[in-house]
Ligand binder design. Structure first.
Ligand SMILES: [Zn+2]
Length: 205
């Protein structure tokens, strides 16, 4: 590969990796807040609005508190997000989840840098928090997950929040409706076709 191309190629890889990663945040929670607010300048207007709303509605603060409580490694990321790495408690079982503008990952920064689609998915959850005015997102999400589980046996497949964030980007495989439900939907059609009046009508009698 020519030297100019090699430089261009390695630069492209670096910019992809750097897209979501910036240096580690200051060690105190107050420092995190200040550092994050100071970083609002270069953001896109939409991302800035999301960040401000999630700070104001308290969801980002709750995410930071949860991350600090379980000893996550905090890093400020682009688009107003905060990454909390190496989340270790058993629940939730997901590899990543979001509280306000804080995205908590089980993995470290090296692994997360290789999964930009997952980060996009979690960033959409951040936007959903802003639309739900912060913490009301949580009961609404659990309700949607329950409905999805009842319909499919999976909390994500018919969950409006997960579908809005992108099932594939979140690493989910969409499951079909439960067999009992599909039978119930198709049963009235079978009854109609076996109706004697309908059979007479369709045969021209
Ligand atoms: Zn998700």
């Amino acid at each position: 590969m020519p030297a100019a191309l090699l430089i261009q190629y390695s630069g492209g890889l670096a910019s992809l990796k750097d897209r979501w990663q910036v240096p580690r945040m200051p060690p105190t929670t107050a420092g995190h807040v200040l550092h994050h607010i100071l970083r609002l300048g270069p953001m896109h207007r939409r991302d800035r609005l999301r960040s401000v709303l999630n700070w104001m509605n308290g969801s980002t603060l709750l995410g930071l508190a949860a991350a600090k409580l379980v000893g996550c490694e905090l890093r400020s990321a682009s688009r107003g997000l905060i990454f909390a790495h190496r989340y270790s408690p058993g629940l939730p079982k997901a590899s990543a989840f979001t509280v306000g503008n804080v995205v908590l990952f089980r993995a470290g920064p090296e692994v997360v840098a290789l999964r930009p689609q997952l980060v996009e998915h979690e960033a959409r959850h951040c936007t959903q928090y802003a639309f739900c005015l912060g913490l009301p997102f949580l009961p609404a999400y659990f309700l949607a997950a329950g409905v999805s589980w009842l319909l499919t046996g999976d909390p994500a497949s018919r969950n409006v929040f997960e579908r809005g964030a992108g099932l594939q980007e979140g690493g989910y495989v969409e499951r079909p409706l439960r067999a009992a439900l599909t039978r119930r939907v198709s049963a009235p059609r079978r009854l109609r076709s076996s109706d004697p009046l309908r059979r007479r009508h369709s045969s021209g009698q």
